[in-house]
Design a binder for this molecule. Structure first.
Ligand SMILES: [Fe+2]
Length: 399
């Protein structure tokens, strides 16, 4: 068990940082077939397999259940996770855990499924009310975490490697659990499972990966380990995303996206992200659209605003991605990165204005108040004032 977390603020002081790794990860086509061996090794006999109805209908879940049964395990399936997961989903999974006397958890799905499993584990290992567990995370866990394996089927939110889990309550409010202890202890990154992801989901989840990598590579945090991982994730995803959109069965590009998603998740857990995610989160409480749609609207205006304070990190990312028409000129390289991200969001057919999301100008005042208090905005290389935020949200062209 980890001690109570005191350093999830990522650190912006020189030589002040921490790195904590997630658990074991196996990578490669077919690696998901090693699940039953790990569950056996972990001591679990009755794992709760958590997934969603779409994946079950697509026939993606049954082969894994069959392999677990063949290995002598007795899996129980919960396939009730919604696209925007709720505390109710967690409660249903918890009921099944108790009624079937389960002793391990397998997340088989996208970020929503993995997030539900993280919150399920936090509830299993704490006696505090769920709202308090969501707020205080690891500090309230008082029992050992049961074996927890995850097999992501999208690339990706990076939930398989981040310390965060997002769930909505009955009123539709979003809560974020932050916990190192509830991360999966074993992850299989198997690109074969992502080959059938529909194009729109591929574009959205892939763009989220690029934004995670970009934010972690260029924000004010000082963690050099996270920076190295973020740069690698950025290079992989920047090149692979257009390929997987154009050619969904390109296995090498799918592999690159899955690895990038995982690495960006680790990087974010070490360094946090930036103002792109910080400005996006309060907007997401106004409109029910995919996370990446809001990111796509926010990213370019925020990058243009940040550019003067982030010339060096933006140029470093641009050069790593091969965008170096003028290698000696940091400012030109950095500006090229902004244009490349603009091009990428359009190539992914993502929206570019708040009007396209249905956000009205008269709703922005409340959004600005929340954004000012965002830890991700505070980590941005250039910290915006209230007036800056007014200008930024206006530049996103609300309806
Ligand atoms: Fe994200």
């Amino acid at each position: 068990m980890y001690p109570p977390s005191t350093h999830l603020l990522f650190g912006t002081e020189p030589d002040q940082y921490t790195f904590v790794w997630p658990g074991q990860t196996v990578f490669g086509a077919g690696s998901a077939e090693r699940l039953s061996a790990w569950m056996q090794h972990s001591g679990s006999r009755k794992p709760l397999v958590v997934s969603d109805a779409g994946l079950v209908a697509a026939g993606l879940v049954e082969p894994h259940l069959a392999r677990l049964r063949d290995a002598g395990l007795v899996p129980c399936l919960f396939d009730g996770v919604e696209a925007n997961p709720t505390l109710d989903n967690v409660a249903q999974a918890l009921d099944l855990w108790h009624s079937q006397a389960c002793d391990g958890v397998v997340a088989l799905g996208g970020g929503s499924v993995i997030d539900v499993c993280k919150v399920l584990l936090a509830r299993l290992c704490s006696d505090a009310p769920v709202e308090q567990v969501l707020r205080e995370g690891d500090a309230l866990l008082c029992r050992p975490i049961p074996p927890f394996a995850a097999i992501p089927t999208t690339a990706g939110t990076g939930s398989e490697s981040t310390t965060a889990a997002l769930v909505k309550d009955a009123q539709g409010r979003k809560h974020v659990l932050r916990s190192r202890a509830c991360r999966p202890q074993w992850v299989a990154l198997d690109p074969l499972l992502t080959l059938s992801v529909p194009p729109a989901v591929t574009a959205c989840t892939g763009f989220d990966t690029v934004m995670h990598a970009l934010g972690a590579a260029t924000n004010r945090a000082t963690n050099p380990v996270g920076e190295a991982l973020a740069l690698q994730a950025m290079v992989l995803s920047f090149h692979a995303l257009p390929l997987v959109i154009a050619q969904p069965d390109a296995l090498q590009a799918r592999s690159d996206m899955l690895l990038a998603s995982y690495l960006a998740g680790v990087a974010m857990s070490l360094r946090g992200t930036d103002g792109i995610h910080g400005l996006c989160t309060p907007l997401e409480s106004l409109v029910d659209v995919p996370h990446a749609h809001v990111l796509a609207v926010v990213c370019v205006p925020l990058m243009r605003f940040t550019l003067p304070a982030a010339t060096s990190p933006y140029a470093r990312v641009a050069r790593a991605c091969g965008l170096s028409a003028k290698p000696a000129d940091d400012a030109a390289c950095a500006a090229e990165l902004v244009e490349a991200i603009d091009h990428l969001r359009r190539a992914a057919r993502l929206p570019c204005t708040l009007a396209e999301l249905g956000v009205k100008a008269d709703r922005l005042e409340a959004v600005i108040g929340i954004a000012l208090g965002s830890p991700s905005v505070a980590l941005n290389a250039r910290k915006p004032t209230r007036d800056d935020l007014v200008s930024l949200y206006r530049a996103m062209q609300p309806a």
